[in-house]
Design a protein around this ligand. Structure first.
Ligand code: FES
Length: 97
């Protein structure tokens, strides 16, 4: 089973291959947003894969639409296929005036 480490939260574990990064975060107790419940439409579940990004499933078309920058994936779309090191990407709060 792949080893998964959330580097920014000091959490690690081994999970079945094919687990999404969002499910991995939930199972290991990491704090992550998921407003759309994993439908791939809100982009609040962003993770940065800083170790072995090639061990995530290929980028899905809806991820490209969000233009999240290099190494950043939607946690609900990226499946873990091998050992990875992840960071949760914090979304800045909107300030309405
Ligand atoms: S939980 Fe909404 S896009 Fe991933």
């Amino acid at each position: 089973m792949p080893k998964v480490v959330f580097l920014d939260q000091g959490l690690r574990g081994e999970l079945p291959g094919g687990t999404t990064a969002l499910d991995a975060a939930h199972r290991l107790g990491a704090r992550i947003s998921s407003i759309c419940g994993g439908a791939g439409t809100c982009s609040t579940c962003r993770v940065e894969c800083v170790v072995n990004p090639e061990h995530l499933s290929p980028i899905e078309p809806n991820e490209i639409a969000f233009d999240m920058g290099p190494g950043v994936r939607l946690g609900c779309q990226a499946r873990i296929l091998g050992d990875v090191g992840l960071r949760i990407v914090k979304i800045p709060r909107a300030v309405l005036s």
